[in-house]
Each structure stands twice: as structure tokens, then as C-alpha cells.
Design a protein around this ligand. Sequence first.
Ligand code: FES
Length: 102
Amino acid sequence: MIVVIDREGVEHHLEASEGSSVMEVIRDAGLPVEAICGGQCVCTTCHVYVDDKWKDKLAPMQDMEQVLVEDSGSYQDNSRLSCQIDYHESMNGLKVTLAPEY
Ligand code: FES
């Protein structure tokens, strides 16, 4: 399960299965994440902010993700591209907030 705060501040608890990316979980729940590139780490439309409690527990960013997210115009030090976060059970309760629309 992941917790997603949408752009209106509403909290959603979404079932997540191992092997899915966080972007896929958010998109498949019908929340407004465009994910134009389909998870190829190209578009930045899956940008989220990771709750402080979680940000150091995730696998570190690869170089391409880092460059893209820093160029997104709404970068924070807890920014991630949700397509680059693969969900697994140890992440149960992961909390993210959708970044402003690109
Ligand atoms: S879906 Fe395009 S960068 Fe994540």
C-alpha cells in the first residue's frame, strides 16, 4: 500500500503490488499523473515529492533521473520520478505527494 497526496491535498491509500513502479500504481488508480513517456525516464510528468520519513529508504537516483528532476522547474530535495521507484513490500506505507503539473 502506498499513500498519495493529490494536488488538492486529498490523501489516497492505494494497493500496490511488487514489481510495479510507483508511477504505475498512481496512474492505474486514476490519479492525474500523465506519465507521457510510459516510465522511460524521459518526460518528468510522474514527478512526486517523497515524504521525509521515506526519502532515505529508497534506492538512490540514477544520473538521468537526477538531471531530469532537477530541470523540472519544481525540484525539491525530496523530488523523485515515480516511474523510477519500483515498489516492494518493504515500502508498505510509502507516502508521496504529486508535484505540480509540468
Ligand atoms: S513517466 Fe516519464 S519520466 Fe516517469
